[in-house]
Design a binder for this molecule. Structure first.
Ligand SMILES: [Zn+2]
Length: 89
């Protein structure tokens, strides 16, 4: 009877240790992932100012835009095209 109880306790301790080891591993992984997502969440990309391409009118984040003489463009090609049309007119 006592031997059975001790055997059960050892099994329970083993299972508990396994679950604890596993959960601490998982917690470590999720902690790293949460840190990364928190960093990207706090980055001001979502709150970034949107600008409009003067050439084609498309809206895009300011950091992805091309700026020239106070005007915003979606790409360098549109900046050049706009400058070309400006000088030719
Ligand atoms: Zn454009």
């Amino acid at each position: 009877m006592l031997g059975k109880l001790v055997f059960f306790l050892i099994i329970a301790a083993l299972v508990y240790w396994l679950i604890k080891a596993r959960s601490s591993e998982e917690t470590g992984n999720t902690h790293e992932k949460t840190d990364e997502s928190t960093e990207s969440n706090t980055s001001p990309k979502a709150l970034e100012e949107m600008v409009r391409c003067v050439h084609c009118g498309v809206h895009l984040p300011r950091s992805e835009s091309v700026t020239s003489q106070g005007d915003f463009f979606c790409c360098n090609a549109h900046r050049l095209e706009h400058q070309d049309s400006d000088t030719s007119t």
